[in-house]
Design a protein around this ligand. Structure first.
Ligand code: COA
Length: 179
């Protein structure tokens, strides 16, 4: 049974826990190429400069922050204006309790209200939880960027996943894309 949570638009006062959860993901070594610490001031500045079509959401159980999610434009090119990259981070202590699933389901439902017609995810190829989460929510694997960037001195592959929000995803379904 999924843990019931509230998902709300992030406020500047959420910057501290957003940074802490992000830093946990960084420390795990397979969530992101980002490095260094993300203290509250840095995350507050990050939140404050985001345009309207780059929302951040937080998952709460009462007063306890469990995770966060975000959408960001995929490209500056106007013809890709309906494509967003998604991000989901769950606090280590709350993983495996369907919090990520609820955050991603909410992003899928909400994204069209921000003008998006497709979501893409760029997931380190050995991030089993990130890939499983995406596939569970109807994302297809559409390719791999080999040795796309380095993390702690190691070249890492990045798996691209996508889910259309307007066209029925089963229209593209095949073995290769794992839809
Ligand atoms: C990826 C992440 C968001 C998943 O959140 P979560 O709340 O733990 O995931 P859920 O409990 O909703 O589970 C989602 C699916 O992933 C599976 N899963 C969860 N943890 C897993 C793991 N370590 N390995 C393999 N599969 C895993 C679950 O079984 C579930 O699949 P199912 O519904 O088919 O059983 C979380 O692990 C996390 O925050 N990781 C660090 C940040 C990150 O890598 N984000 C992804 C890129 S944006």
């Amino acid at each position: 049974m999924p843990r019931p949570i509230d998902i709300r638009r992030a406020r500047l006062s959420d910057a501290d826990f957003i940074g802490r959860i992000y830093d946990e993901g960084i420390a795990d070594g397979n969530a992101t190429f980002a490095h260094g610490a993300h203290p509250a001031e840095e995350r507050a500045a990050w939140l404050a400069q985001r345009p309207e079509n780059a929302p951040v959401f937080c998952a709460w159980d009462g007063e306890t922050a469990l995770g966060w999610s975000a959408l960001a434009p995929f490209s500056h090119r106007p013809w890709y204006a309906g494509v967003a990259e998604y991000t989901v981070y769950v606090a280590r202590a709350a993983r495996g309790m369907h919090i990520g699933s609820q955050l991603l389901a909410d992003l899928i439902a909400t994204a069209p209200t921000f003008g998006y017609w497709k979501l893409v995810g760029m997931i380190l190829s050995d991030n089993d939880a990130g890939l499983r989460l995406a596939h569970r929510h109807g994302f297809c694997t559409v390719g791999t960027h080999h040795a796309h960037a380095t993390l702690n001195g190691q070249w890492r592959d990045v798996t691209l996943v996508e889910r259309h929000l307007v066209i029925d995803p089963s229209a593209h379904s095949d073995e290769a894309t794992r839809c």
